[in-house]
Each structure stands twice: as C-alpha cells, then as structure tokens.
Design a protein around this ligand. Structure first.
Ligand SMILES: C[S@@+](CC[C@H](N)C(=O)[O-])C[C@H]1O[C@@H](n2cnc3c(N)ncnc32)[C@H](O)[C@@H]1O
Ligand SMILES: [Zn+2]
Length: 624
C-alpha cells in the first residue's frame, strides 16, 4: 500500500497556459500521485484526460500514457502542450507574416488621436486596444431603442430607458429589465488606446468614427470576397443546457459567429485563411492553429471591463458559461494574437529544457515496444484495451453538472473542426448531468452514473489486479457524488484502506470573487481505489433496498452535519473525510450485494432527505 501526503499545490506552468480548458487541476499534485503510485515505464491510463495534466506529467516522469477524451478540444490541446520540437525560424517567420497581414487588415481604421501629442505640431495617432460596445434593446414600455450600457445600468438585470419621456427613464425613477426587451443589435460607445501599460487615451464614439468602422467593414468584406471566403453560420443548438442560464438565443446570439462583433469575425476569418495558406511545414501550421485558437478566447464579445479589475483592461472569458455582458469589448486582434504566440513560445521553450521524449503510437499494444503515448479522441468504450494491461489509472472525472465541457468547447468548433479526429462528438456519451432537466436530450444523474459506469467498467477490465485507480473529486452536490461512487463500485473497485486524502488547491487561485462569494471549499478530495479480490465487504444486513440505504446514509450525515456547521473552517474538510469514510463501505455493500445489476431510485428519493442539506445543492467549480 502506498501513502499520499498532500502537498502545496503550485500554479500552472507554461504548458497549461497555451489554451483555455475547463477546471484544470494542479500539475504537481498529479505529478506527486504518479510518482507515489507508479514506476518508470509503467502504463498509466487517464480515461478523462481533459486539459492533459496526467498525460503531460506522466510523460515527464517517463511513464507510458494512454489518454482518452470525448472532447476534440482536449486532444487538440494535449497534442500541442507536449510538443518538444519545433522549427523556431519557420515559426517566427510565419508569425511575423501573420502580424504583417493583420497590420494591413487594420490599416488606419483602428486608431485614435494621441492626446499626449496634442501640443505637437503633428499629433500622433495610436492604435486602439479595444472598443467598448453595448447591446441595444427595444424598451418594452415605450418601444424605443435604448442602450444597455453601464451608464444606464442600475444593477444587474435593471436599466434606465434612455427616452426621457418613458416611465423607465432615470428622471421617472423607473426601470426596464432587458430580459423582457427584444434585442436590437449593438453600438460602439468609445475607444481606448494604451500609451504605456497604465496610461490610456479614450475617444468617444462620433459620426466620424461610425463612418470609419463602416469603411473598415467594407474594406474587410472586399478582402473576404477576393479570398473567396464563405462566412460560416454555425447555429448554437437550442436544446442545450447552457441556453437556459445564458439565454443566448434570447439575447440574439443565434450562431457561434455571433459571439464576435462583425469586424472581429471578419478579421479572424481572414487571419485563419492566411494561416491555412502559409507555405510552412505541417508542424508549424499546427502550432499557429493552436495560437490562433487560443487568441479567440480574448477577442470575442464575452470580454468586458470592470473598474478595478485587470487595471481596467478587458477581462477575458473565464466563466463556465457563455456569459454575455451587456456592455462588452471588441478587443484588437493583434495584441491578442501576439500574447497567444508568446504563451505557446514559452511552452515550447519550457519543454525543450525537460528531459523527456515523445514516441506516440496508435494502439495500446504498441506501448509494449519503445513507445510512450496513445491519445484517443473518444471514450474508452469505443476502444478495446487488453485485460490486465494497465498499471495505474489516474484521472479527474467530470463533476456532475458543474461544467458542460462539450457545449462550452463548441465555441472553438467552427474554427478548428477540420483539425479534429472526432468531427461530431457524441454528446450522448458525455458523462455529465444537466442543470436544467426539462429539455429534449437532457441528462439526469442516472445518465451521469450510466456513462461513468461504462467508462469505469472498461477501466476495471484493463487494470492489473491489486493496482490502483486514483481520482480527484470535489462536488457539493451529494447526488453527483453518489452517482460517481455507485458507478465505481458497480464496476468492481473497492476503496483502498484509508484511501482518501484532502488536497488543498493553489493559494493564488483561492480568493477570487467567485469562490469568496459562495464560501466554497477549494481543493479536492483524492480517492484511491483498488482492483482486488481480497477485499472483505463489511456487511449491513439491514440494508435491503434504496430506502434503507438512504436511511443509513442519513444517520451518518445528520451526525456529521451538526458538527460541520459548528466547526471552524479549517476542520470542515476533516469532518467530511470522516463522514465519507463511514459512508463508503455502506455504499459499497449496497452496490455489490443489494443492487448488483439492478436499477435504483436513489436520485429521486435522496432529495427529500438530509443528504442535500450538507452543502445545499450543486455549485460551480472555480476556473483555474
Ligand atoms: C474534469 S475534466 C478533466 C480535467 C483534467 N484533469 C485537467 O486537469 O485538465 C473531465 C473530462 O472528461 C471528459 N469526458 C466526459 N465524458 C467523457 C467520456 N464518456 N469519455 C471520455 N471523456 C469524457 C470531458 O470532455 C472533460 O475533458
Ligand atoms: Zn422606454
């Protein structure tokens, strides 16, 4: 038996910063787990490899890695973050060519007067770093179009109408709620250019600027026509979980392309076309595609400014949602592309210093030779791995309804799709549950359990006996926790003796507004499971059905709930740990002896019980 001693989680190194992914775990925790539970040349499997932490850290530690993810974005990122070799001269040249091309596309259309230069004879013009824009809405009271700008905002979801005659005007002390108003496009408010890192120039939007933007769009469209580029129209599905909270269709965001202003959409399309046409090696082209894809996070309409955040500069898309602010930014693509290039360069240079090799192959069997990596853009159920083939499984499974990975990653789909192996990801197999349960194709906790079970069954089959499956998990939703544990026990695993650890998160990521407001714990529980025949089940003869299980779980919970409420923050995780260690054998007995292959109604029943109270329902996990 091994022992894991929780360590101080460290912030992301450059490979984890090349592209956005969701809910990344601290790299050194995974590195430590790999070191503790496996040896060099061991075969390690991660059935949910996501942002690549297990794969990358395993390669660094000379393990042989098998990674699966149903999400094409995950594999695209992992494939790039592990890169060690590149043609530096060619990449730099290609990058310069992109910047030159962008400079042509921007021309003089995106500059403002340098106020500092006003005393000079020839006032200089500086380039605009971002434009502030706001959505327009038709007031549901006076039917006039009004601006949903910060200046007209009273509080979230409430705005003044600009029409002085309207009952919702500032003077009349009324208000409108944008959710009741039809959207009517957007408008430019003002432009900002930076002289230095801190000082900036503002320019209010004027008739002259309006004309300049129109001319610019005309100019860009002429290029689009010359290049014979078709403007894509990829519809955002209406039966998506994220539609319910993010209200995309209601806000007039019908296509993925609507997540960009017209101008940024056209420039991005031209830039991508330029990259595709470059006469460079496949490797350089792929790196540029990653850089381009990474820059899209900054140049869409989810960017916004907030006084006091990022020194007043645009904040990039960071929520686990398509959260569209009413006043937003159109960010200049040149610096965004430059920053994405710098992030990728840092990763390449970082990896070049490390002493690992990549020998990627296409089947697990080939790992028996001198190879060390297989990556699949699919679920493990689509591939057969031999029995007792894998030495260790280390993973971070999806956490219930916390992150809708495929829906959120689809943001990149229209831009990257021809690079993906799995052109149409199978949403039905994604192991998640939905937050809103009332739409066609919505998944509940039972679906989450079933999809997890399908994966863990294959994991159990392919793992060597007496070896471990280790996973990190932290969810406040007891239902999601139960679903995960049931699926794992059903697959045959047992919890290793005292195989539960609490690992704190990265300090710097702790105090974000998001975690603070919710008072949520940060960090993860680490569960160490084992494939063993020698485990003797504790017996609970009083548990013969769902109700009796729930009753038993309740007893344990109530006992700890009081303690939890009255305890100091620092002791809370210990109380949960003790509670979980008491619940696990009960649940294991129930799944293996009572449930077997049968069905249950736990998710419908537990809601009326105390189980949910301990944390008070599900919560978003912090973006890291
Ligand atoms: C929590 S993330 C992993 C994050 C990762 N450990 C990291 O630190 O970046 C879970 C991943 O599971 C993937 N996933 C969900 N259902 C899946 C399935 N049935 N098969 C394979 N991957 C799946 C999601 O696409 C997501 O990338
Ligand atoms: Zn009005």
């Amino acid at each position: 038996m091994h022992n894991y001693i929780p360590i101080e989680a460290k912030p992301h190194t450059p490979p984890y910063q090349i592209h956005r992914y969701f809910a990344r775990r601290p790299w050194n925790v995974f590195s430590e787990l790999i070191k503790n539970y496996s040896d060099e040349k061991d075969i390690i499997l991660d059935p949910f490899c996501g942002g690549g932490v297990t794969i990358y850290e395993g390669l660094k530690l000379k393990r042989k890695m098998i990674g699966f993810d149903i999400n094409p974005l995950s594999i695209f990122i992992v494939q790039n973050m592990i890169r060690k070799t590149w043609n530096s001269k060619e990449l730099d040249g290609a990058y310069r060519s992109c910047i030159n091309y962008l400079n042509i596309l921007y021309g003089d259309f995106n500059t403002i007067q340098d106020i500092k230069g006003q005393n000079r004879l020839q006032p200089k013009r500086i380039s605009i770093d971002w434009n502030e824009l706001a959505f327009l809405a038709r007031c549901n009271l006076c039917k006039k179009v009004t601006t949903l700008s910060n200046a007209n905002k009273i509080k979230n979801g409430r705005y003044y109408c600009e029409n002085p005659q309207c009952k919702a005007s500032k003077d009349s002390k009324g208000y409108i709620e944008p959710k009741n108003c039809e959207r009517a496009g957007y408008k430019y408010l003002f432009s900002v250019g930076m002289y230095t890192k801190k000082q900036c120039a503002h320019e209010e939007y004027s008739e002259l600027r309006k004309e300049t933007v129109e001319k610019h769009i005309f100019f860009l469209k002429a290029h689009i026509k010359d290049e014979k580029i078709e403007i894509p129209h990829d519809k955002i599905p209406l039966n998506w979980d994220r539609q319910f909270e993010d209200l995309l269709a209601k806000k007039g965001i019908i296509m993925f392309q609507d997540l960009f202003t017209e101008r940024n959409l056209l420039i991005n399309l031209l830039l991508l076309n330029h990259i595709k046409k470059l006469n460079v090696s496949d490797e350089t082209k792929m790196i540029l595609r990653l850089i381009f894809s990474s820059s899209l996070r900054d140049t869409n309409i989810m960017a916004f400014t907030h006084e006091g955040w990022q020194s007043g500069k645009p904040t990039t898309w960071s929520k686990h949602a398509y959260w569209i602010p009413n006043q937003f930014c159109e960010v200049n693509i040149i610096p965004a592309f430059k920053h994405a290039f710098e992030r990728m360069k840092k990763c390449l240079e970082f990896n070049a210093q490390l002493n690992y090799e990549i020998k990627q192959t296409t089947t697990p069997q080939e790992l028996k030779k001198d190879n060390n990596l297989v990556l699949y853009n699919s679920t493990i159920t689509d591939v057969k791995i031999n029995a007792e083939f894998v030495d260790e499984i280390i993973t971070d499974p999806p956490y219930g309804s916390n992150v809708q990975y495929l829906e959120l990653s689809h943001f990149w789909y229209p831009w990257n799709k021809e690079l993906y192996d799995n052109i149409t990801p199978d949403f039905s197999k994604e192991a998640i549950s939905n937050r809103k349960k009332k739409f066609e194709g919505a998944k509940n906790l039972q679906d989450y359990e079933n999809n997890l079970y399908a994966v863990f069954k294959e994991c159990y089959y392919s793992l060597k006996s007496e070896r471990n499956m280790i996973l990190t998990f932290n969810n406040k939703d007891m239902g999601a926790w139960l679903a995960l544990m049931i699926s794992i026990f059903k697959a045959g695993f047992s919890l290793e003796d005292k195989g539960l650890y609490f690992q704190t998160g990265v300090k710097n990521y702790k105090q974000t507004a998001h975690t603070k407001s919710k008072g949520s714990p940060y960090g993860d529980f680490i569960y160490v499971f084992i494939k063993t025949k020698t485990n003797i089940l504790a017996l609970y003869p009083n548990i013969t059905n769902d109700d009796e299980l729930i009753e038993q779980l309740d007893k344990t919970l109530i006992k700890h709930l009081e303690q939890y409420k009255n305890s100091k923050e620092k002791n809370k995780n210990d109380i949960i740990k003790t509670m979980v260690l008491q619940i696990m054998p009960v649940l294991e007995y129930y799944v293996k002896r009572v449930l077997k292959d049968g069905t249950h109604k736990i998710y419908e029943k537990y809601k009326t019980n105390h189980l949910e109270k301990i944390y008070g329902g599900s919560d978003d996990k912090e973006e890291q």
